[in-house]
Ligand binder design. Structure first.
Ligand SMILES: [Zn+2]
Length: 248
């Protein structure tokens, strides 16, 4: 049994037995972790946190080898995103990202970059009014950091470089990327994509979060991003994210 100390985001929590709660955390050191907080409902002051959804906490827990549920001995709230309260679109956008992480992340498989991304995204949601852009930024960076990156810098079939402005490439959901003109053949499954959309996607993928916050995205590119990203996520993760439909 190891004692683990780590920052952790509350994805959700639920009552457990008479006086306890189960918390589903996304931790920086261990990825997705389920913990039990014994007695928290009987004596709420025992812990320095009420397990508010999306809040960032410093937790200490005993990691059991033979169980998926670990015993949390300390949980102190470090940051809570109170600006979400009473703001439905912020909550839905936060819910969407939390659900995506919860569905895709494998239990106890650390991905600190995704953890940092989620915290940055929640912070930005508190102050930035352009929620659609933040959602696309999150989707693009999350895909890249969790190994589901769409292949858009060259042809996914032959590897040939595709010069966006001069060549009409198509996007194949099935193959997970761009297909050059020569490889298109009789593939009727291709989506037309604009050079502007591809450039925006690549920029967001490569640029730091703070730099992306300054990016202005024209409405026509936003529409395209929404269409391609949502379909790509559903196709490749083979899961419909419930909160996604409220965002469109
Ligand atoms: Zn090709």
């Amino acid at each position: 049994m190891a004692i683990i100390s780590t920052p952790a985001i509350v994805l959700r929590s639920m009552d457990h037995r008479e006086t306890s709660k189960l918390a589903f955390f996304f931790t920086r050191r261990r990825g997705k972790v389920t913990g039990v907080l014994k007695g928290i409902r009987k004596s709420p002051r025992k812990f320095g946190s009420g397990l508010e959804k999306f809040s960032v906490n410093d937790i200490v827990y005993y990691e059991y080898r033979n169980s998926d549920v670990h015993l949390v001995s300390q949980c102190d709230m470090r940051e809570c995103f109170s600006a979400f309260r009473g703001h439905a679109r912020r909550i839905i956008a936060a819910e969407y990202a939390a659900e995506l992480v919860n569905r895709i992340a494998v239990a106890e498989d650390p991905n600190p970059a995704v953890y940092d991304l989620l915290v940055e995204y929640f912070r930005a949601l508190c102050v930035d009014r352009d929620i659609d852009r933040l959602v696309h930024m999150f989707q693009i960076k999350f895909l890249a950091l969790s190994g589901f990156r769409p292949h858009i810098d060259s042809c996914v079939t032959c590897g040939k470089e595709i010069s966006g402005r001069t060549e009409r490439a198509g996007f194949s959901m099935k193959k997970g990327g761009l297909v050059c003109r020569r490889c298109q053949g009789r593939d009727f499954d291709l989506w037309p994509v604009s050079a502007g959309m591809l450039a925006t996607l690549l920029y967001i993928e490569r640029e730091q979060w703070a730099g992306c916050l300054k990016l202005k995205i024209p409405p026509v590119i936003r529409q395209e991003l929404r269409r391609v990203l949502n379909s790509f996520l559903v196709f490749h993760l083979e899961k419909n994210i419930r909160s996604a439909k409220y965002l469109s």
